[in-house]
Design a protein around this ligand. Structure first.
Ligand code: FAD
Length: 342
């Protein structure tokens, strides 16, 4: 029997591992990927973090600033996470995809095709990247062009010379629009008017906001856009002009409620949402009607031996960010230690 099984070896799972090791617990991290780095391995190459390296770090070891300056890329983040798990000698077993977690007497049983583990406590840190969400709009099936979510976006080159609609008013939408508009005739469509942070503010303001839960403040809102260099350049070109959200798709493009229409070859849904990857927890029957598992902090209300880490604010303030996952992991492991040593 293991003290703790962590499911997922992305940043959240590693942050948990750091504190589990510090508290000298016996644990293993099971990760479905063949290589370290979690979801960052799938991000498009030009993606930039919206905070400097030192504000995008896990506990113990600072992410090195990129040699070329600026904010870290997805590849920088993968390199950092790869180094992190080696440096702290975290016991990550991969590739192991957990299929099910079940109650089994005084422990939880973690099942995969590669083996079964018994644990006093299970931490689920499987992220959201594998469950992209695209909102429904009438006519989606009629559209003859290409539709893709950002999880399938690899860069602007395939859109050269095409007419592209980029949907999404937060950081990913702005970054994708910035680069696609240099290759294509791009139209930016957002649910609400996008808000660009002043140049001197970056993701630190958003983290502070998420952590303190002072939402909707005058300084920054969580959906606000950090003016990374590509976004600034697009702003200088006048490319950051957004149209309101369209009402429906047609065979050839999109139409707005006022009847105006735009033909396009592709629609890129930019981080229009993700759902937590919780399928392996189905046997525990913990999900509420909204699809989430009710938690008290990170602890599942219906199963105190289960903790959920990194899925979003519902599992800890800013816990789906590098810095926020660390803080939440620290508190979560302290709680596990207290409760299991009673
Ligand atoms: P993941 O990185 O998704 O890791 C989960 C791991 O669990 C994966 O390795 C996966 O293989 C594994 N797994 C899944 N299911 C199973 C299973 N059943 N069994 C075993 N293993 C499993 N955050 C910031 O701090 N700064 C930013 O600038 C920033 N920019 C972002 C930009 C975009 C476009 C997106 C989408 C997110 C961004 N984030 C940013 C948010 C966040 O940091 C990432 O989404 C991060 O990848 C979440 O880490 P995680 O460990 O929770 O999940």
């Amino acid at each position: 029997m293991t003290d703790v099984v962590v499911i997922g070896g992305g940043q959240a799972g590693l942050a948990a591992g750091y504190y589990l090791r510090r508290h000298k617990l016996d644990f293993v991290i099971l990760d479905a990927h063949a290589a370290p780095g979690g979801a960052w391995q799938h991000a498009w190459p030009s993606l930039r973090l919206f905070s400097p390296a030192q504000y995008s770090s896990l506990p113990g070891r600072m992410m090195p600033a990129p040699a070329e300056g600026g904010y870290p890329s997805a590849a920088d983040t993968v390199a950092y996470l790869t180094d992190y798990e080696r440096r702290y000698d975290l016991p990550v077993v991969r590739p192991v995809r957990v299929d099910a977690v079940r109650r089994d007497g005084d422990h939880l049983r973690v099942e995969s095709a590669g083996g079964t583990w018994r644990a006093r406590t299970v931490i689920s840190a499987t992220g959201t990247w594998s469950h992209p969400y695209v909102p429904y709009y009438p006519g989606m099936r009629d559209f003859a062009g290409r539709q893709l979510h950002t999880v399938d976006y690899r860069g602007p080159e395939p859109f050269a010379g095409k007419r592209v609609v980029v949907v999404g008013g937060a950081n990913s939408g702005a970054q994708v629009l910035a680069e696609v508009s240099t290759f294509a005739d791009a139209t930016w469509v957002t649910l609400r008017p996008p808000r660009l942070l002043p140049d001197e503010l970056d993701g630190r303001a958003l983290f502070g906001l998420a952590t303190s839960r002072l939402r909707g403040g005058a300084v920054a809102d969580l959906g606000d856009i950090v003016a990374v260099p590509s976004v600034r350049e697009a702003r200088e070109r006048g490319a950051l002009k957004a149209e309101p959200m369209f009402a429906r798709l047609t065979e050839t493009g999109v139409t707005w409620a006022d009847g105006s229409a735009l033909d396009c070859d592709a629609i890129i849904w930019c981080c229009t949402g993700f759902r937590p990857a919780l399928g392996h927890l189905t046997p525990l029957k913990l999900r509420a009607t909204n699809g989430l598992i009710p938690v008290d902090g990170t602890q599942a209300r219906g199963e105190p031996r289960l903790h959920l880490l990194g899925y979003g604010d519902w599992t800890g303030p800013a816990s789906a960010t590098l810095i926020g996952a660390s803080r939440t992991a620290r508190d979560m492991v302290a709680r596990i230690v207290t409760e299991t040593s009673d």
